[in-house]
Ligand binder design. Structure first.
Ligand code: PMP
Length: 454
C-alpha cells in the first residue's frame, strides 16, 4: 500500500515523526515515547549481572554465586538419560501445572513431612525453579497498596518481585547479638525483635516472606521464632510465602521446621522448594509450590498465563529421584542425609580458612552460604569516600580483581535504606569441591602473609 502511494517505509515513518512520536534525529527511526513500564522503575539494576560478570572475568576461585561445582548425583543424571531415551513422549508438553509423576511423588513426600493428606493435582504445582514459584506467588496475592513483610537480610528478588506486583515491601531486620566469651558468632545469634516484628503488621499487610534456612546468613529459624511469626500471621489473617529451598541443608543435628505444620498455618502458607538445591542441579530450574488449593488456584492462574510449564524430561528425572529418596527416607544412603553431611565438612573447612586469616565467619546452621566479617581487612582496600556504593561492594569488587577470589557483598541482601549499616560482611558459597576450597584457602593465606610482612 505504501509503495503504491509512492512512499518508502522510512519516508512514511519520518513524515509521521511529530504526531506519532518517531524521531528523525538518528538515521534509524526510534520511538520517543517512554518504552519502560512504570513497574520496572528503580528495579532495572541487579547485583547478579555485575558480580557474575566480574567473577567470570577476574576470579580464579569463585565462591560468589550459589551453585555447586561438584557433579549432581549419579542417580539424577541416570534418570535424565533414561528420560531422554526411553519414551519419546517425554520430549513433548506435559500437564501445565506439573508432570503427573512429579506432582504425585511430591505429594507423597510432603504428606510425610507435613503429616497431612495432599492431592497431587491441587496441592502441588511445578514451576521453573523456585524463582518462578516466588514470582507467581507475588503476582497471585499482592495488589497495589498491599504491604509484604520481608525479613532482612533477604534473597534480593523478594523486594523487586513485591514491587513489580504493585506492593510495598516492609522490612524487619534480624538483629545480631554478639556472643559472650569471644566465641564465633552463629547465624542463630541473628534474631527478630518480637515487638519490632509485631509493629510491622497492619491492616495493609497481605503477606510475610519467610526464608528458613535463610540465604545469606544460613539461619535456621527455631520453633519459638516460627511460633511467633505464625501467631502474628493468624492474628492479622495474612499469608505466609515460605521459601524453603534449603530445607535439606541443615547442620549440627538441627531440624528444619516447616511453618505450615504449625497451628492455623497450613491454610495460609505456600511452601516453595527447588530441585536445584535439593539435588545439586541449579541449572535444571525445576521448583515447586505446595499449599492449600484455595491459594494454589491463583498461583496456577499466573503460571498458566506466563510460563505454562517447565521441561518435561527434567520433571521426569526429578520425579524418579524423589521416588528414590522416598524409598530411602531417613536411611544412610539417602541423598538428603549424605549431602548435608558433606556440606557440613565443607563449611568447617571454609570456617577454618577464614578464622586462620582473621576474617570472622558467622557459623551458618543451614544453606551452603557463610557470611564473614571483613573489618580486619579494611585497611588493605583503598576507600573511595566519594563513591555512593556501600563499603562491602567496593571490598568484594577489589577482592575479585586483585586477589582473584569472588564473594558477594552482604549489603546486596538489604533494602536501600539499610545497606550502609551492614557493609562489613561478605557472603561465600561453600558448595564447592575440596580443591576449590583449598585454592580459596591458598589465596587467603598468601594475602594474610602479605599483610603481616608489609
Ligand atoms: N530462594 C532462595 C532463598 C534462593 O537462594 C534461590 C537461589 N539462589 C532461589 C529461591 C531460587 O531457586 P531456583 O534456582 O530453584 O529458581
Amino acid at each position: 500500500m505504501l509503495r503504491r502511494a509512492g512512499l518508502s517505509l522510512r519516508h512514511f515513518l519520518l513524515e509521521r515523526k511529530g504526531s506519532a512520536g518517531y524521531s528523525s534525529c538518528s538515521r534509524e527511526a526510534k520511538m520517543s515515547r517512554p518504552v519502560q513500564a512504570r513497574r520496572l522503575e528503580g528495579i532495572d539494576k541487579n547485583i547478579w549481572v555485575e558480580f557474575v560478570k566480574l567473577a567470570a572475568t577476574y576470579s580464579k576461585v569463585n565462591l560468589g554465586q550459589g551453585f555447586p561445582d561438584f557433579p549432581a548425583p549419579d542417580f539424577l543424571q541416570e534418570a535424565l538419560r533414561r528420560a531422554l531415551g526411553e519414551n519419546h513422549m517425554l520430549h513433548q508438553y506435559t500437564r501445565a501445572f506439573g508432570h503427573p509423576p512429579l506432582v504425585k511423588v511430591l505429594a507423597q513426600f510432603f504428606e510425610k513431612l507435613l503429616g497431612r493428606e495432599l492431592d497431587p493435582m491441587t496441592n502441588v504445582m511445578v514451576t521453573v525453579g523456585a524463582y518462578q514459584a516466588l514470582f507467581c506467588c507475588f503476582q497471585a496475592f499482592v495488589d497495589e497498596g498491599d504491604e509484604v513483610i520481608v525479613i532482612e537480610p533477604f534473597f534480593d528478588c523478594y523486594e523487586t518481585m513485591v514491587k513489580m506486583a504493585g506492593g510495598t515491601p516492609v522490612f524487619v531486620p534480624l538483629r545480631p547479638k554478639a556472643p559472650k566469651d569471644g566465641k564465633l558468632m552463629s547465624s542463630a545469634d541473628w534474631q527478630l525483635d518480637p515487638a519490632e516484628l509485631a509493629s510491622k503488621f497492619s491492616a495493609k499487610t497481605k503477606a510475610i516472606v519467610l526464608n528458613s534456612p535463610n540465604n545469606p546468613l544460613g539461619k535456621v529459624f527455631s520453633q519459638g521464632e516460627l511460633e511467633l511469626i505464625a501467631e502474628l500471621c493468624v492474628k492479622h489473617d495474612i499469608l505466609c510465602i515460605s521459601d524453603e529451598v534449603y530445607e535439606w541443608l541443615v547442620y549440627d543435628g538441627r531440624q528444619h521446621i516447616r511453618i505450615a505444620s504449625l497451628p492455623g498455618m497450613w491454610e495460609r502458607t505456600v511452601i516453595i522448594g527447588s530441585a536445584g538445591k535439593t539435588f545439586s542441579a541449579t541449572g535444571w530450574k525445576v521448583g515447586w509450590t505446595v499449599g492449600p488449593d484455595r491459594l494454589l488456584q491463583h498461583v496456577r492462574t499466573v503460571h498458566q498465563n506466563s510460563v505454562y510449564h517447565c521441561a518435561t524430561v527434567a520433571q521426569e528425572a526429578v520425579a524418579q529421584s524423589f521416588q528414590r529418596e522416598l524409598r530411602l527416607y531417613g536411611k544412610p544412603d539417602s541423598y538428603f542425609v549424605q549431602l548435608p553431611r558433606e556440606l557440613q565438612q565443607k563449611r568447617d573447612l571454609l570456617v577454618q580458612s577464614l578464622v586462620a586469616v582473621g576474617m570472622k565467619p558467622i557459623i551458618p546452621e543451614g544453606t551452603y552460604f557463610l557470611v564473614a566479617d571483613i573489618s580486619e581487612f579494611k585497611s588493605d582496600v583503598p576507600d573511595v569516600p566519594s563513591s555512593d556504593e556501600p563499603y562491602d561492594y567496593r571490598f568484594a569488587k577489589w577482592m575479585i580483581k586483585n586477589k582473584g577470589l569472588a564473594a558477594i557483598p552482604l549489603s546486596a541482601f538489604y533494602s536501600e535504606g539499610h545497606k550502609n549499616s551492614h557493609s562489613n560482611f561478605i557472603r561465600f558459597c561453600f558448595a564447592k569441591e575440596e580443591a576449590t576450597l583449598k585454592a580459596a584457602n591458598d589465596i587467603l593465606q598468601k594475602w594474610k602473609q602479605e599483610k603481616t610482612s608489609s
